[in-house]
Design a protein around this ligand. Structure first.
Ligand SMILES: NC(=O)c1ccc[n+]([C@@H]2O[C@H](COP(=O)([O-])OP(=O)(O)OC[C@H]3O[C@@H](n4cnc5c(N)ncnc54)[C@H](O)[C@@H]3O)[C@@H](O)[C@H]2O)c1
Length: 303
């Protein structure tokens, strides 16, 4: 398929580009910057630039949009709710409209587990009520609802993947897993403020890319929302212990503190994605950290 990929210079976009190409898709990657990398394939386009997007799509035979471009976490653009609304909701609405007008076959949207908010105990399924605790989470709910509306009113085949915390080579935002690896490589200890009982849901970026590819390629999607998480939650002490399997010299000091995304979410049901699009996570924390460390050693990472 010929695919327009937004956010193509970001964490998920950088993992998706080679995967989609290897699966035979032709990818048109766009972003607002290449972050100083020499990236001649990347087209620089803002997602609020309707004329530029229309010109890019016109006559290009684009059959699908994979939409990763966004302000990408509840800890970003704090105090700037209208910026979040514009970058996340308005941009998604414009891309949906372009997908509709160009009769595209599929629209894959990167949503987030932030749509659920602080759920407390219990298994989170795709039918759990959406009660976001951030503007970011609210923008993801709004985008999902737009996708539902475009599907109902115009038959546009959109799907939202509710993605957990992603870690991997091209992550630029704060990530304790990245800090653990980088500090261990330098022989330094990592200090992590946390509640030792807090449940983290990390998912390795290659698993996320595989889920997006599966959602793009599936012929029939019985649902429009899928949880994409590594399944079992881990506490920070458990994460550090698992990370030591990959990096035995790793040293971490856990100090009292609160995570910057403190939603209490104990467990995600990921059986819907397995049943409908054949996706299951391949990377446990030890395997993901090994892959991330190898990427750091080879320099294939965000600065
Ligand atoms: N990283 C995570 O933990 C995580 C978890 C759940 C969902 N998501 C979602 O997945 C998607 C991709 O996230 P990521 O981790 O790759 O984030 P990222 O920040 O690494 O990449 C996002 C990209 O979008 C681009 N972008 C931002 N605003 C733009 C605009 N106005 N016009 C054009 N491009 C713009 C940025 O330049 C960046 O390269 C986002 O929608 C994010 O909300 C991410």
């Amino acid at each position: 398929m010929k695919v327009l990929l937004t956010g193509a210079a970001g964490l998920i976009g950088m993992a998706l580009r080679p995967l989609l190409a290897a699966r035979g898709h032709e990818v048109l990657p766009i972003d607002i910057t290449d972050f100083g990398r020499d990236d001649p394939e990347l087209r620089l386009v803002w997602l609020d630039d309707r004329p530029a997007l229309e010109a890019l799509i016109a006559g290009a035979g684009i059959e699908a949009i994979v939409h990763c471009g966004a302000i990408s976490g509840p800890m970003l653009a704090k105090g700037e709710p209208l910026k979040l609304v514009s970058a996340n909701i308005d941009a998604t609405a414009l891309l949906l409209e372009l997908a509709r007008r160009n009769a595209m076959r599929r629209f894959v949207f990167c949503s987030s587990i932030s749509v659920y908010g602080s759920v407390g105990d219990g298994l989170i399924t795709e039918t759990t009520p959406l009660r976001p605790t951030s503007i970011y989470g609210a923008t993801k709910v709004a985008c999902e609802q737009l996708i539902q509306g475009f599907a109902a009113e115009y038959g546009l085949d959109g799907v939202s993947l509710r993605i957990a915390r992603v870690y991997g080579p091209y992550r630029r935002a704060n990530c304790y897993l990245g800090s653990l690896i980088r500090d261990a490589e330098r022989g330094e200890e990592t200090t992590i403020p946390c509640d030792p009982a807090f449940a983290y849901h990390y998912v390795y970026v290659d698993d996320v890319a595989a889920a997006i590819a599966a959602a793009l390629e599936s012929n029939d999607l019985p649902h429009r929302e899928y949880n994409i998480s590594a399944g079992a939650a881990l506490t920070m002490p458990e994460i550090v212990e698992a990370a030591r399997i990959a990096i035995p010299q790793l040293r971490a000091q856990l100090v009292p503190g609160r995570d910057d995304v403190p939603d209490i979410q104990q467990a995600f049901d990921i059986t819907r994605a397995a049943a409908d699009i054949g996706w299951r996570p391949d990377f446990d924390i030890a395997r993901g950290i090994t892959a991330y460390r190898d990427a750091i050693r080879s320099g294939r990472v965000a600065p």
